[in-house]
Design a protein around this ligand. Structure first.
Ligand SMILES: Nc1ncnc2c1ncn2[C@@H]1O[C@H](COP(=O)(O)OP(=O)(O)OP(=O)(O)O)[C@@H](O)[C@H]1O
Ligand SMILES: [Mg+2]
Length: 346
């Protein structure tokens, strides 16, 4: 249990044998678990990848993480981003049609955007839509090996990814770069990306390489050029924030959502989600309704904003939501007189 996968598997096998007679249904379920679980000799048997998981030559640590996919809640996306992602998906789903026209699907996509806007989530969603595993390259392990080893590590990962259809994700390129203030290591990282992208030229169209970064400028132009698709993930606007908040709250209370959309303007999805989750926990602990906790948290946050912002939010609420002047005044603490006056001046 403490990370000793093989021991657990042996134990499950033993239990399956023990319950064979007395509870054959349970025994069969246990065997099913063993069949579907990743295994040292056949790490992804359910996807038919017979190659062993690539390991670093020195540390024997795995160079990739495999996302065993369950259902993924589709990310909330602006229309252009959604269109780009769907095309990427369709190019791979319908590659026969492309081939008839003498074309191949895009092989490499770069996701650029600030933290917490859905880059990793989108990669998981894509893999799930294509019904292939998501392989995440563990950059830290790849880089921790001594310099000369990086190239062979990458080849191992690529061979593994090529062996069966998959989405290979190079996640958070820049975190690795930033964590290391060593110039040589950053250079090594750039080299790593270049090697990877050169290698994918002869990739099977059945696999897709994705990379995610907060800072596109970390990559040099030669690298940029190799990506067939570049998708910019923006911070959510009011419409996206509203949709995501509905998803997180599971609450139809539009009054709170309208207020939250204003208060959390400029937040990332991840920040907004954290805000809601904290309120949810608080609601459970205090026995309050989520609606009340959310409202209280929103108001608390609102009070930390400066006067001009608060006034602006109150006026926007008057204009964009169904809330009455009285309710807006209650929520924001801006007097009805002020609201009336400002509205006249607008
Ligand atoms: N577009 C979105 N729609 C709904 N939820 C989202 C969206 N983007 C992010 N989230 C929420 O925020 C969490 C973190 O998002 P994710 O890991 O995809 O961000 P990221 O863009 O990869 O950030 P980073 O650059 O820090 O890696 C997600 O698990 C999800 O709960
Ligand atoms: Mg990410």
């Amino acid at each position: 249990m403490a990370g000793r996968q093989q021991d657990v598997q042996t134990l499950v096998q033993r239990l399956a044998r023990r319950y064979q007679r007395s509870n054959s249904g349970l025994a069969e379920d246990l065997r099913g678990l063993l069949r579907s679980a990743p295994h040292l000799d056949a790490p992804m048997r359910e996807h038919g990848n017979a190659a062993p998981v690539p390991l670093d030559g020195d540390s024997r640590q795995s160079l990739i993480r495999t996302d065993h996919l369950g259902p993924v809640t589709p990310p909330v996306l602006t229309r252009p981003v959604r269109a780009q992602l769907e095309q990427l998906r369709d190019e791979h789903r319908l590659q026969d049609r492309l081939r008839e026209a003498g074309l191949t699907p895009s092989r490499a996509g770069l996701f650029v955007g600030p933290p917490g806007v859905g880059k990793t989530l989108a990669a998981r969603w894509l893999a799930n839509e294509l019904k292939v595993p998501l392989l995440v390259l563990d950059l830290a392990t790849v880089m921790s090996s001594y310099l000369g080893r990086t190239g062979s590590n990458i080849r191992k990962v690529l061979d593994y990814a090529k062996a069966s259809p998959s989405v290979l994700l190079l996640d958070e390129l820049d975190t690795v770069a930033k964590r290391r203030d060593d110039e040589a290591e950053v250079g090594e990282l750039k080299r790593l990306v270049t090697v990877l992208l050169q290698e994918i030229d002869d990739w099977p169209a059945s696999s897709l390489l994705l990379a995610a970064t907060n800072h596109g400028d970390l990559l040099d132009p030669a690298v940029w050029r190799r990506f067939d698709v570049i998708i910019n993930f923006p911070l959510p606007g009011p419409a996206e924030l509203e949709e995501a908040l509905m998803q997180y709250c599971g609450d139809e209370n539009t009054e709170v959502i309208d207020f939250l959309v204003q208060v959390l303007a400029g937040y990332s999805f991840a920040d907004a989600e954290r805000f809601v989750m904290t309120a949810k926990r608080k609601a459970v602990l205090s026995g309050e309704r989520l609606f009340d906790t959310l409202l209280a948290s929103a108001q608390e946050h609102f009070r930390t904003m400066d006067h001009a912002d608060r006034l602006q939010i109150a006026l926007d609420l008057m204009q964009d939501s169904e809330l009455s002047q009285r309710r807006v005044s209650e929520l924001t603490g801006v007097s009805r007189d002020t609201l009336r006056r400002r509205q006249r001046d607008r």
